[in-house]
Design a protein around this ligand. Structure first.
Ligand code: GDD
Ligand code: MN
Length: 375
């Protein structure tokens, strides 16, 4: 059924949505139609729209969304190209919404959509500014987590998050929540948009803290498709916390890049020592160490810092060569600046640190634009 209201029998006017449901999805093709049907059933009597935000999934999720959108004006699809990330998908979807309230729900049917009206009622009654679908309050259940390890991870994350949060929340890691769109618009410019934990991001951003209520639900097991959570999501989680602790002043990518660089120094020294032990001269050993450090820095940055735009195949080799050129220039700048400062009678340690700082900033800035073309 189309949600159109005929006006005097001429132009059909779309009914204005009260609730915009944002659905981040990646490779969820088989889940789209069932979710739309379930939303339609659960939200009977409420004007709603659903916005599926897909990161150009190889399984053709967006084509399925478009097919349904052609039949039902309440369904919309947003296709992002060259991007990955649950949190940023949610942010962009919510910013394209027009309902008075926005809800975020997973696209894999794990979140129970039948509690949406109850969540909306809490907001409409002004009982809270944010409602969270919770697995950990009376009546809720987390049984659907894919493995015992995954459940343990979730519990540890929960504990950590609860210590840091300005509000008491039983399930701060939930990906299922609802708030007035105006509130979201207000917070959006200050969100980190990193990784999986958009709810935590919202909670840690709002000052004063949001008034929160939880509504229990039973987390369902996934039947179609696979989870996109991997161990690196944990690193992103740590990144989100660090970013919030620093008040968003230092780009997270830069921190990751600098950490990788520090590790590279260890690689360099280790290889130099090994080469010396094998009877090599200092200069040759140092060249070998530098090359090894650059290669390991490249690989680590490719897998961690730039995992969302990871280079593969031919682009990997091209990237490695470019990275070595960029870092070679960075090293030259590092040595040049340190030597110049030293000649001006700056203390050796400070001269060296200044050279290294210029080097790492140069390497970061140039490789972000040339090697990984950060967006
Ligand atoms: N657009 C987009 N881009 N969507 C994504 C991406 C991405 O890079 N990664 C994941 N998604 C979508 C999935 O397709 C799914 O609809 C939803 O985000 C959740 O991803 P899952 O891969 O199913 O995550 P999960 O079930 O392991 O984790 C869920 O439970 C956690 C609590 O334990 C999520 O709801 C988390 O947000 C939640 O914290
Ligand atoms: Mn899931």
């Amino acid at each position: 059924m189309l949600s159109v209201v005929p006006v005097l029998g001429v132009v059909p006017v779309l009914s204005v949505p009260v609730l915009s449901v944002i659905v981040p999805c990646y490779n969820e093709r088989a889940n789209v139609a069932p979710l739309v049907a379930r939303l339609a059933a659960a939200l009977d009597g409420i004007a709603w729209e659903a916005i599926f935000v897909d990161d150009n999934s190889p399984d053709g999720t967006i084509a399925e969304v478009r097919r349904l959108a052609a039949e039902d004006a309440r369904v919309r699809g947003m296709r992002r190209i060259g991007r990955r990330g649950l949190a940023s998908a949610v942010i962009e979807g919510a910013l394209s919404a027009s309902g008075a309230y926005v809800a975020v729900i997973d696209g894999d049917l794990q979140h129970d959509e039948t509690i949406l009206p109850a969540m909306l009622a809490v907001l409409r009654a002004g009982e809270a500014e944010l409602v969270v679908g919770s697995r950990h309050v009376e009546g809720g259940a987390a049984g659907g987590l894919s493995s015992a390890g995954r459940a343990r991870l979730s519990n540890w994350g929960n504990l950590l998050a609860r210590m840091l949060l300005p509000v008491a929340l039983a399930d701060p890691m939930s990906g299922y929540f609802m708030l007035p769109r105006a509130r979201f618009e207000e917070l959006a410019p200050r969100l980190t948009g990193q990784g999986f934990k958009i709810l935590l991001d919202l909670l840690l951003t709002a000052r004063p803290a949001l008034r929160v209520r939880e509504v229990p639900y039973r987390f369902r097991p996934r039947t179609e498709g696979a989870s996109k959570l991997d161990p690196l999501v944990l690193a992103e989680f740590a990144g989100l916390l660090v970013d919030k602790a620093l008040g968003g002043t230092v780009p997270l990518r830069f921190l990751a890049f600098a950490l990788v660089g520090a590790f590279g120094v260890l690689v360099n020294v280790a290889v130099l020592l090994l080469a010396r032990r094998a009877g090599m001269g200092f200069d040759q050993g140092q060249i070998l160490g530098t090359i090894a450090a650059m290669a390991s820095n490249f690989e680590l940055n490719n897998r961690l810092t730039y995992r969302r735009m990871r280079l593969r195949g031919a682009r990997l080799w091209r990237g490695l060569v470019l990275f070595m050129l960029v870092c070679g220039l960075g090293a030259a700048a590092n040595i040049g600046i340190a030597a110049a400062l030293f000649q001006l009678h700056t203390a050796g340690l400070i001269a060296g640190a200044a050279g290294a700082a210029v080097g790492v900033v140069w390497n970061y800035a140039v490789s972000a634009t040339l090697v990984w073309r950060a967006r």
